[in-house]
Design a protein around this ligand. Structure first.
Ligand SMILES: *Cc1c(COP(=O)(O)O)cnc(C)c1O
Length: 355
């Protein structure tokens, strides 16, 4: 904790907490009483404050609205069994946000502002962290350009916000995914490695087409030939084939997921062999045909692990056997859940107490 950081605290006079049904939470619809805010101008972060969650007043000429200098992050906090607010690897999210910032020509945020802002916010909104099974407090940091004017150039001013939202389980059922062989999410040299708003706007139309055909998500493939598996929605993809956990390497086109890297570590700890390498769609389909595809799942903060029950490719739906509690995917998920509840030792130092 840095005592020298001057964070102003303005408490709400009207908490909305009592109006929330914590047994019936829709993902990302309800926001906690407070948010952390900071402004960047003249090369410095200033006006650090925790304030009541409220609308912003923005210029129609706001740079972010026109040219898309806007990035975000997503992480979670949990109420541990001894009533502490624990977050999972938050500094990994900060590091990734700063990587996104560099790629989008935006300023980096210093660690002490992020860590202390998050901590002050969670101390104030501790009662918003749900304790129900599978529930957590989703934390959404975001940064956007605030210069006013429609000239195309990097903004000189920015706003950073952390808001939080109590959430239940993200995917209530296993997902049906379709391999996308026409549209592209990200290309070499592009911005796929950043969590910038435009990446998600660009993915909505192809995802909507797939949803109209009865699928929950797309499997994105490489932009050049559509021959290799990349990722799905806001999840990295993992396959267990003949006992080995396979996942595509991160790079320009694949987001460096915190869940992905944690699950890779858990696999190694459990003695499961791991290969980070390109996975051809033909290899995946062959493994389905010859029965060596044991598990397929998405890995990301929102769902932690989202089992895949069907993969569609070139007009054929391949149905996959449901994952059992003994599957690696569910054992890894249980380990992560138990860890964040304080039930198992934090051997890799992944947890940070916030309040
Ligand atoms: C956020 C995200 C992920 C998952 O990252 P986590 O840190 O595990 O939440 C994977 N792919 C994309 C495209 C994402 O936006």
């Amino acid at each position: 904790m840095i005592a020298t950081l001057d964070i102003k605290i303005q408490k709400t006079t009207q908490s909305r907490l009592s109006s929330v049904d914590f047994n019936n939470l829709q993902f990302g619809k309800i926001f906690s009483d407070h948010m952390f805010v900071a402004d960047f101008s003249e090369g410095e972060w200033r006006n650090l404050a925790v304030v009541p969650y409220a609308n912003l007043s923005l210029s129609p000429a706001l740079s972010a609205l026109h040219y898309g200098q806007a990035i975000f992050e997503g992480l979670k906090a949990y109420l541990s069994d001894n009533q502490e607010v624990i977050s999972f690897r938050p500094l990994e999210n900060l590091a990734r946000m700063n990587k996104s910032a560099v790629r989008m020509c935006m300023p980096e945020l210093p660690e002490e502002i992020f860590a202390e802002g998050l901590s002050q916010l969670l101390q104030l909104d501790k009662a918003w962290v749900p304790s129900q099974e599978g529930s957590s407090l989703y934390i959404r940091p975001l940064m956007f350009a605030t210069d006013e004017g429609v000239g195309l150039r990097p903004s000189e001013t920015y706003k950073f916000i952390i808001m939080t939202s109590p959430v239940g389980a993200y995917y209530p059922h296993p997902v049906r995914v379709k391999v996308e062989t026409h549209y592209t999410r990200a290309a070499e040299g592009g911005v796929g490695l950043a969590k910038n708003a435009g990446n998600y706007g660009g993915s909505m139309y192809p995802a909507k087409l797939a949803q109209e055909q009865g699928y929950d998500q797309l499997i994105w493939t490489d932009a050049k030939d559509h021959q290799f598996v990349e990722e799905a929605g806001t999840m990295n993809l993992m396959f267990k084939i003949s006992g080995t956990l396979l996942t595509a390497p991160t790079g320009d086109t694949i987001l460096d997921g915190v869940t992905r890297k944690s699950i890779i570590q858990i696999a190694r700890d459990m003695g499961v062999s791991v290969e980070e390498r390109r996975i051809a769609i033909s290899e995946m389909i062959a493994a389905i045909h010859n029965g060596t595809l044991e598990e397929a799942f998405g890995a990301g903060t929102a769902a932690t692990v989202a089992p895949i029950c069907a993969i569609a490719y070139e007009g054929t739906d391949y149905e996959l056997a449901p994952l059992t509690d003994e599957s690696f995917a569910f054992r890894a998920k249980k380990y992560l859940t138990d860890l964040c509840k304080g039930k198992v030792a934090d051997r890799h130092n992944w947890l940070l107490k916030l309040a």
